[in-house]
Design a protein around this ligand. Structure first.
Ligand code: FCB
Length: 469
């Protein structure tokens, strides 16, 4: 493979999220989020893992910023925790804001651009007790929270992301119950889709009213949906439905000001359209400055349900399907290599999602705000970690980014997921995505081989030639 250079000014970053790294879940006035509660449900999280102490980042923030600086990162994508900033969604908690203020100052001192996400899934539990994202009021409460964060950090933070992956915080959380709050109620899930988008629109307005020069965006997890049999009309219909639920139901209202008609119809039995009020779509489609794309894999789908096999639950609680109205679909194997998450490795899918946005939703600058892979790392005797698979994964996906740029896509940056090993939601600490290793016994951080390599890429704004395997 030949060496390639990225456009001047391309942003090289790494990403994390509050609940996954901070720990300190009761410190300085923070109260419970839905993830704190969810972790207590037997079988909800592998190993009974919880968000404390996670990677103890709350107390190691200076060390972690130094690490980013040593790696030569240009930008750091992190999230602020709603239950720190407004515990129980109540009055502003200065101590919570102070933590993020210190983080931002430390980053700026090292010339690292803070890239702030307001919501990476840690809804205050008190709001869930009132219906969570199925309750329209939560969207207005989110805008209040956004206002508080912008008020405190807007003088130093330019790049704002409202929501991370609303697909996860709606369908995966309220229909499948795989994520917090663990509900398996399709009606609540489709309500959550709309209320999250409304929250995004309201927060965007709240940010802009205080900070007109802010660069505001949202991050979506996008998937190309590939039919198992492109000749089979039932498989093609499964593709249409899944593309609707995964991609179009978020992209269309944001960039076209309307929900896709076919999906509105599919979701009518679940009461979707009754949640949409006058002016909502206008609020949701307020123009954005940038769009974050998270990419991990493609969905290879079949309309034929998988043969009933005895399910090995390994103590996990039973969960449902996130595919409201299309629960029958299955995801057969097509023999591609897989990561430790059992996700296919398909770098070409990243090229496809970038091209798709470029063609179907033109004019919006793009950033890959997450991409990376979990693998079982083994630590050598001298403490080094040769994570060649992760390095190979990131490299192949960066080549896909470059190909998209060559094809005309306005892609302006890439954030590796993740800066460091962390709490991987329902999978707990067993899955490691970090380019930096965390020893959870000692909290010692060790850059893996992928981090050292990524640092060179960021410094040179280029990938060196590699010998194809
Ligand atoms: C994404 C999440 C992120 C991380 C990766 C592996 O869906 O946004 O927090 O867990 O998956």
């Amino acid at each position: 493979m030949e060496s390639i250079s990225f456009p001047e000014g391309f942003v090289w970053g790494a990403a994390t999220a509050a609940f996954q790294i901070e720990g300190a879940t009761t410190a300085d006035g923070r109260t419970a989020s839905i993830w704190d509660t969810f972790c207590q449900i037997p079988g909800a999280v592998v190993g009974g893992d919880t968000g404390d102490p996670a990677a103890d980042h709350y107390y190691r923030v200076d060390e972690d910023v130094q690490l980013m600086s040593d790696l030569g990162l240009h930008a750091y994508r992190f999230s602020t925790a709603w239950p720190r900033v407004r515990p129980d969604a109540g009055p502003v908690n200065q101590a919570g804001l102070d933590f993020y203020s210190r983080l931002v100052d430390a980053l700026l001192e090292k010339n690292i651009t803070p890239w702030l996400t307001l919501y990476h899934w840690d809804l205050p539990q008190t709001l869930e007790d009132e219906g969570g994202w199925a309750n329209r009021d939560t969207a207005y409460r989110f805008a209040e929270y956004a206002e508080a964060v912008v008020g405190a950090l807007g003088d130093r933070v330019t790049n704002w992301t409202t929501l991370n992956e609303p697909w996860c915080s709606s369908l995966l959380s309220y229909a499948a119950g795989v994520h917090a709050p663990g509900r398996q109620e399709p009606e609540a899930a489709v309500a959550a889709v709309h209320h999250l988008l409304l929250a995004h629109g309201l927060a965007t307005a709240a940010i802009r009213s205080q900070l007109p020069e802010a660069k505001v965006g949202i991050t979506l997890n996008m998937y190309p949906i590939i039919p198992a049999d492109p000749e089979d009309p039932a498989d093609l219909d499964a593709v249409r439905r899944l593309d609707g639920l995964q991609n179009r139901i978020f992209l269309d209202p944001l960039f076209k000001g309307e929900y896709p008609a076919d999906i509105v119809e599919d979701l009518e039995p679940y009461g979707f359209s009754k949640h949409i009020r006058e002016n909502d779509l206008e609020i949701i489609s307020t123009p954005l400055d940038q769009l974050g794309v998270n990419y991990y894999a493609e969905h290879f789908v079949s309309s034929t349900p998988e043969a009933e096999a005895p399910v090995q639950t390994n103590g996990r609680r039973p969960t449902g399907s996130p595919w409201v109205g299309a629960e029958h679909v299955s995801f057969p194997s097509r023999g591609l290599p897989r990561t430790d998450m059992d996700w296919e490795v398909q770098p070409d899918g990243l090229f496809k999602v970038l091209m798709r946005v470029h063609q179907d939703y033109p004019g919006i600058p793009l950033f890959v705000t997450e991409n990376g892979a979990a693998y079982q790392d083994s630590v050598n005797e001298d403490g080094s970690i040769d994570d060649t698979e992760r390095l190979g994964y990131i490299e192949s996906h960066l080549r896909a980014c470059h190909a998209a740029i060559e094809a005309g896509v306005d892609l302006r940056g890439y954030f590796a997921w993740s800066l460091m090993d962390n709490f991987e939601w329902a999978e707990g600490y067993a899955k490691r995505f970090g380019i930096v290793h965390v020893d959870y016994e000692t909290q010692v951080r060790t850059p893996k081989m992928s981090a050292m390599w990524y640092s060179k890429v960021a410094r040179g704004n280029a990938l060196a030639a590699t010998v194809a395997p």
